[in-house]
Design a protein. Structure first.
Length: 830
C-alpha cells in the first residue's frame, strides 16, 4: 500500500501508519518445512538503536538474535512497539543444482511475507551449479535498474546479485526495480538477495530462474529498451577491480526506430602482463564485427537495432595489478535531425529507372562504423534501399552521418524501332526529387540502347564539355563518364565536364552516360548539367568529337580508353572548328603513340575540311607530327590496327586558337653544314615540307568517308606511308614563330599546309607564343611542372583520374576505395 514507489516521505508515512495500527507486541509463528533448505535469521539491524532496548521474546526468553532452521516451527514476539527499528529478518534458501535437479521457474518468497513480522526482510537465494550450466535470472516488468553499491532505491526494494569464480565471490551489481535489465545469465552459481523494507507489502520475488547452456564468461546482462531512456551499468565488483582475465557481456535490445549511444562515464585499466583490456561490440550494420575498442576510445553512437558489448580483462601484473573498472551509460533516443524528415521520391512518371541508396564503400579499417539506415515509409529500415520507377516513395534516414550514404541511379533509354526513334531526343537530367535528398548523388547512369547498325547517337551538352585529362583536370563537382556498353567492347570514351570546347560527342553504338559527382557541391552546380541524346543516322566510327575551341585556351584531347589503349580496329575522329580570323595550333604531347601492330595498320589523318587536303601518318613507326597550324577547320582521325598487347594506341594532343596577327616575326640564325651562315629572313618562314599525302579523290565529306572501312585499309597505298626520320641530320633550320603569317608561302597549290621536314631544332631564342614553334616534345607537354606520366593528378581533388577510370575497369586496383564493388553502372554487359 503506502510507499510502493516512492521515497523517504512515504516511507515515513508508512512508519506512522503501521506503527499506529499495531497493538504492540505481536506474536509470530514461523514454520519451516523439513528439507526446504531455508534458514531464517532475525538479528539487530544496522545501525542498532541504542535508545530503548528491544528484545525478541522466544520461549519467555529475551534474545537479540533468533535462528530458525528447516523443519523448525518457532513462536516469538517482540517486547517493544517498533521492532522494525531494531531488527531485520533474513531468510536464506540454498538451491543445490550440483546433486539433483534444480527447481527452475518462478521464485516464491519463502516463508510468505504474510507470516513474517513487519521487519526489513532480506530474501537470499544461493544457487550452486556446475560451471557448465548457465543460470538465467529473468526479471518481469518493471525490470531492474543498476545502481552503484550503497545507493538506496526510491522504494527501498533492492536486488543484490553476486556470482562465484571458484571460491571467490564476485559482485555483479545492485539493482532497483524499474529499469531495463531483463535477464542476467551467469554460470557456476548465483547468489541473489532481495531486500524489502518492512513497510513494503510486496509478496512476490519478481524473478524466475531458468537453466541455460554454458555462457563461457562471467555473466551476461541483458537490457531491454521499449522506448527512449537510458541505463547506467557497471563492470562486476564495481567500483573495485574487475576479476582478472574475465569476460562480461551486456546485450541491448533496442527498437529499430530508436538509436543507442554508448558513453563511458568512468573507467580505469589495470596493468596487463598478457593480452589487452578492451571492449568489443557487435553492431547491426557493421561490416567489421566485432568492433574492438580500447576503453579510452570514443565509443559508438547512433546504433540502430540490437547490439552487444563485452568487456575483456587481461592477465594482470601480479606485483602491481591496478584495477579494471567501467561504468557506462547507454542512451536510447529518437534519431536526431534528418530522421523525422520524410522525403518523397516520385518515380511514378519514370520508366526503366531504379535508384539505390546505399552505404558508400569504406576503406577497410578497424575503425568503428555505426549503423546507418534508410527507411521506407518510416517502417522498414535497411542499409541499402532500392526504389524502382512507377511509384512514389516516402523515405527517411536513420543515420548519424549522412555522408556515409550515397545514391546511385540507373535509367535505361531504349529504342529498338528505327523509324520511331530516328531524330528523337531525350534529355539526360537528374530528377529534382533526387537532388533534394540529403545524401550525395554518386552516379546517375543512363544506358542508351540503339537499334544495332541502324542508328547511332549524338550527345549534345547544354554547355560545351571539357575532357578530363591530367594536364587539364575538371574542377567541376560532376562529370559525365561516357562508355560503350556493347558486350565485349571495353571502350571508355572519357570523362567530360561542363566548361570546355566539345560541342558534341557522337558514338556509334549503345553507351552508358554516367553523371558522377565528386563533391557535395553538386546540388549547387546541378543547373550546369544538361545533356541531350539524339538518335542519328548510323556511322561507322566509334566516336566523333566535335570541338569548337575558345580562343587562347588550350583544349586537351585524348583518345578514348587512353589508359588501356584504343580498342583494336576502331577509328575515332575529332572535328575541330577554326573560325575565320583564327589560327589553330595542333600539338601532340608525345613523340610517338607507342602502338605496335600485330595485324593491320594504325594511322592518323589530318584533313583540312575546306580543301580536303590531308596528311596521313603511320602511327606505328613514325614520329608524330610536330606542332602544326591550321587556318581552317580540320579533322583529326585515327584508326587503330590490332595492336600487340601492351603496345597500345594512345593519342594525346592539344589545340590552341589564336587570332591571326603579324606581331611575332622572328629571325633566327641558322647554321648549315658547320659553316657559319647567317640568314636574315625578315618576313620569311622556313618550313621544310615533309612528305605529304594529298587526297586525290574529290569525294568524301565527313570523316566517315575515309574511315568507312574502319582500320587497316587506307584510301591510299600503304607503301606510300611516309618514312620515319630523314637520313640527313646535319641540317639546322631557322625556326620562326607564327608560321601562319607567311604560311601561304609554304602552301602548295591545293592550299594544304605543309609541315616542315625537320629533324633537329635548336632551342628557340626569340619571343615565345603560347604555341611554341619547336616542341621539345615531352618537355613541352604542359606549362606546369607536372610529370608527363599518366599518373592521376594528385592536385585535383575534385576528380581523381583513377576514379572515372575505374568506372570502366572495375577491377583496377589503384583506387583505395573499392568504388565499384557494389555498383557497376557502366559495365559493358547489360
Ligand atoms: C530498514 O530498511 C530501511 C530502508 O531500506 C532503512 O532505512 C532502515 O534503516 C532499515 N532498518 C533497519 C533496522 O535496518
Ligand atoms: C505457537 O502459538 C500458537 C498460538 O498462537 C500455538 O497454537 C502453537 O502451539 C505455538 N507453537 C509452539 C511451538 O509453541
Ligand atoms: C520508473 O522510473 C521512471 C523514471 O526513471 C519514472 O518516471 C516512473 O514513474 C517509474 N515507475 C515506477 C513504477 O516507479
Ligand atoms: C500477493 O498478494 C496478492 C494480494 O495483495 C495476492 O492476490 C497474491 O496471491 C499474493 N501472492 C503470493 C505469492 O502470496
Ligand atoms: C535444464 O535442466 C534440465 C533438467 O535439469 C535439463 O534436462 C536441460 O537440458 C537443461 N537445459 C539446459 C539448456 O541446460
Ligand atoms: C581512474 O581513472 C580516472 C579517470 O577516469 C582517473 O582520474 C583516476 O586517477 C584513475 N584511478 C586509478 C586508481 O587509476
Ligand atoms: C552478440 O551479438 C552477436 C550478433 O548479434 C551474436 O552473434 C553474439 O552471440 C552476441 N554475443 C553475446 C554474448 O550476446
Ligand atoms: C543535427 O544538427 C545539428 C545542427 O544542425 C548538428 O550539430 C548535429 O551534429 C546534427 N546531428 C546529427 C545526428 O546529424
Ligand atoms: C561523416 O563521415 C565522413 C566519411 O564518410 C567523415 O569524413 C566525416 O568526418 C563524418 N562526419 C562526422 C560529423 O562524423
Ligand atoms: C574551374 O576552372 C575554370 C577555368 O578552367 C575557372 O574559371 C573556374 O573558376 C574554376 N572553378 C573552380 C570551382 O575552381
Ligand atoms: C564539324 O563541326 C562543325 C562545327 O561544329 C559542324 O558545322 C560540322 O557539321 C561538323 N561536321 C561533321 C561532319 O560533323
Ligand atoms: C544494394 O542493393 C543493390 C541491389 O540489390 C545491390 O546491387 C548493391 O550491391 C547493394 N549495395 C550494397 C552496398 O550492399
Amino acid at each position: 500500500m503506502a510507499g510502493q514507489n516512492c521515497g523517504a516521505t512515504i516511507a515515513l508515512l508508512g512508519v506512522l501508519l503501521l506503527g499506529a495500527a499495531r497493538p504492540g507486541a505481536e506474536a509470530s509463528e514461523i514454520a519451516l518445512p523439513p528439507g526446504s533448505d531455508i534458514t531464517v535469521l532475525i538479528k539487530p539491524g544496522t545501525p542498532a538503536l541504542p535508545l530503548k532496548p528491544c528484545y525478541i521474546i522466544h520461549n519467555k526468553r529475551q534474545l537479540t538474535t533468533l535462528i530458525i532452521r528447516s523443519g523448525e516451527k518457532v513462536n516469538f514476539s517482540f517486547n517493544c512497539q517498533n521492532p522494525e527499528k531494531h531488527f531485520v529478518i533474513e531468510t536464506q534458501k540454498s538451491i543445490d543444482c550440483m546433486s539433483g535437479p534444480c527447481p527452475f521457474g518462478e521464485v516464491a518468497l519463502q516463508p510468505s511475507t504474510s507470516v513474517l513480522p513487519t521487519l526489513n526482510r532480506t530474501f537470499i537465494w544461493d544457487v550452486r551449479a556446475h560451471k557448465s550450466i548457465g543460470l538465467e535470472l529473468q526479471f518481469s516488468v518493471p525490470r531492474l535498474r543498476q545502481v552503484a553499491p550503497g545507493v538506496s532505491c526510491p522504494d527501498g526494494v533492492t536486488y543484490t546479485i553476486s556470482g562465484r569464480i571458484d571460491a571467490t565471490v564476485v559482485r555483479i551489481g545492485t539493482f532497483c526495480s524499474n529499469g531495463t535489465v531483463s535477464r542476467i545469465k551467469m554460470q557456476e552459481g548465483v547468489k541473489m538477495a532481495l531486500h524489502l523494507p518492512w513497510f513494503h507489502k510486496r509478496n512476490f520475488s519478481g524473478f524466475s530462474i531458468a537453466n541455460r547452456s554454458s555462457i563461457k564468461r562471467l555473466c551476461i546482462i541483458e537490457s531491454v529498451f521499449e522506448d527512449e531512456g537510458s541505463a547506467t551499468l557497471m563492470s562486476a565488483n564495481y567500483p573495485d577491480g574487475f576479476p582478472e582475465d574475465e569476460l562480461m557481456t551486456w546485450q541491448f535490445v533496442v527498437p529499430p526506430h530508436l538509436r543507442a549511444s554508448v558513453s563511458f562515464l568512468h573507467f580505469n585499466v589495470s596493468n596487463c602482463e598478457k593480452k589487452e583490456e578492451r571492449v568489443e561490440y557487435y553492431i547491426p550494420g557493421s561490416t567489421t564485427n566485432p568492433e574492438v575498442f580500447k576503453l579510452g576510445d570514443k565509443q559508438p553512437g547512433n546504433m540502430a537495432g540490437n547490439f552487444n558489448l563485452s568487456l575483456q580483462g587481461c592477465d594482470q601484473d601480479a606485483q602491481n595489478p591496478g584495477v579494471l573498472r567501467l561504468q557506462f551509460q547507454v542512451l536510447v533516443q529518437h534519431p536526431q535531425n534528418e530522421s523525422n524528415k520524410i522525403y518523397v521520391v516520385d518515380l511514378s512518371n519514370e520508366q526503366a529507372m531504379s535508384l539505390t541508396i546505399e552505404p558508400r564503400p569504406i576503406r577497410l579499417s578497424r575503425k568503428f562504423v555505426p549503423g546507418c539506415f534508410v527507411c521506407l515509409e518510416s517502417r522498414t529500415c535497411s542499409t541499402n534501399l532500392t526504389l524502382t520507377s512507377g511509384s512514389k516513395h516516402r523515405i527517411s534516414f536513420l543515420c548519424d552521418n549522412l555522408t556515409r550514404l550515397w545514391v546511385n541511379a540507373e535509367k535505361t533509354i531504349s529504342c529498338m524501332d528505327q523509324r520511331y526513334c530516328y531524330k528523337r531526343s531525350y534529355s539526360l537530367q537528374v530528377p529534382g526529387d533526387i537532388l533534394q535528398l540529403p545524401v550525395q548523388l554518386h552516379d546517375f547512369s543512363w544506358k542508351v540502347l540503339v537499334p544495332k547498325d541502324r542508328l547511332s547517337l549524338a550527345l549534345l551538352p547544354a554547355q560545351k564539355l571539357q575532357q578530363h585529362t591530367s594536364e587539364k583536370a575538371c574542377n567541376t563537382s560532376f562529370s559525365y563518364l561516357v562508355a560503350s556498353t556493347v558486350p565485349g567492347q571495353d571502350l571508355y570514351f572519357g570523362s567530360f565536364c561542363p566548361g570546355g570546347s566539345i560541342r558534341q560527342i557522337q558514338v556509334k553504338q549503345n553507351i552508358s552516360v554516367t553523371l558522377r559527382t565528386f563533391a557535395p557541391g553538386f546540388q549547387q552546380e546541378a543547373s550546369r548539367q544538361g545533356l541531350t541524346v539524339s538518335f542519328i543516322p548510323y556511322f561507322k566510327e566509334e566516336g566523333v568529337f566535335t570541338v569548337t575551341p575558345d580562343t587562347k585556351s588550350k583544349v586537351y584531347l585524348r583518345s578514348p580508353n587512353w589508359d588501356q589503349g584504343l580498342p583494336s580496329l576502331t577509328s575515332v575522329s575529332w572535328n575541330i572548328t577554326v573560325p575565320s580570323g583564327q589560327v589553330a595550333c595542333l600539338t601532340f604531347l608525345k613523340e610517338r603513340t607507342g602502338v605496335v601492330c600485330q595485324t593491320g595498320r594504325a594511322f592518323m589523318i589530318i584533313q583540312e575540311q575546306r580543301t580536303r587536303a590531308e596528311e596521313v601518318f603511320s602511327l606505328e613507326d613514325e614520329v608524330l607530327p610536330k606542332p602544326s597550324f591550321h587556318h581552317h577547320s580540320f579533322w583529326v582521325n585515327i584508326s587503330n590496327c590490332s595492336p600487340v598487347s601492351g603496345k597500345q594506341l594512345d593519342l594525346f594532343f592539344w589545340v590552341l586558337l589564336t587570332p591571326r596577327t603579324i606581331d611575332l616575326t622572328v629571325i633566327v640564325s641558322v647554321i648549315v653544314g658547320g659553316a657559319a651562315l647567317l640568314l636574315v629572313a625578315l618576313g620569311l618562314i622556313i618550313c621544310l615540307v615533309r612528305k605529304k599525302k594529298k587526297k586525290t579523290t574529290s569525294k568524301g565529306l565527313s570523316v566517315g568517308v575515309y574511315n568507312g572501312n574502319v582500320n587497316t585499309q587506307m584510301p591510299m597505298q600503304p607503301k606510300k606511308f611516309p618514312k620515319g626520320r630523314k637520313d640527313s641530320d646535319s641540317h639546322e633550320y631557322a625556326v620562326i614563330d607564327d608560321t601562319m603569317v607567311y604560311g601561304h608561302l609554304l602552301q602548295d597549290s591545293n592550299g594544304s599546309f605543309q609541315r616542315p621536314e625537320v629533324d633537329t631544332y635548336r632551342p628557340f631564342l626569340g619571343p615565345m607564343g603560347d604555341c611554341p614553334p619547336s616542341p621539345p616534345l615531352t618537355g613541352s607537354r604542359a606549362p606546369t611542372a607536372k610529370l608527363t606520366t599518366d599518373q592521376p593528378s594528385s592536385s585535383v581533388p575534385a576528380e581523381s583520374e583513377s576514379e572515372p577510370y575505374t568506372f570502366s575497369h572495375p577491377n583496377n586496383g589503384n583506387t583505395d576505395i573499392p568504388l565499384l564493388d557494389t555498383h557497376k553502372p557502366s559495365e559493358p554487359e547489360e
